[in-house]
Design a protein around this ligand. Sequence first.
Ligand SMILES: [Zn+2]
Length: 224
Amino acid sequence: MVRHDPFFMPQRPTLWSALLLMLGLTACIPQPSDRHLARPRPALQPDSAMMRQCTADLTAQGARYRVLPDYRNDSGCSAINAVALSAAGASIANLGATRCPLASAFVRWVKGPVQQAAQDVYRARVARVVTMGSYSCRQVRGVARASLSEHAFANAIDVSGFVLTNGRTVTVATGWTGAAEDEDFLRRIRKAACQRFQTVLSPDYNVAHRDHLHLDLGRGPYCR
Ligand SMILES: [Zn+2]
């Protein structure tokens, strides 16, 4: 007969296993200073005047994009005032629906400090920015009873790597703790991102971000 009394000695290895599992899980749960990530956010509304200004800015920046129809679903997710961005000096892979103000900030980040860091560190230009997308109808990862992620509002971009004009590929997964120049490049662009986006999360934040930089224009500022 199996005893289920948790204080019964033979069960203790199971208790320890559960405790160790919980300790492991806390790595994915935001620390007290990260609580802003789990607060509800205000609804986003269509704003035609803002869109006119924002798309004019994208055009002036030389970005390639198309405006997407406003989208909402029953789960509370939405892509309002969104564009599909495909190039900003460099080609941009896998992005999908992105709120225009975020796309604009992203274009300026890529064309400015990202290209500058590539020039300084590698003596090359970024030819392609590889992303893991923007819009995704889901909650904040790794947080119990979390609110919807900024990705659920097309208000966050995950960047996984870069292809340079000299053929070199730099990825967050292997470069964050890797070749010295990759470490240098990735930290330079994170620092610049923290000056332009509200929340920036890197592999320094938690294991869920080991392979990408998360950039959003939600609540913040938060930079790690
Ligand atoms: Zn993200």
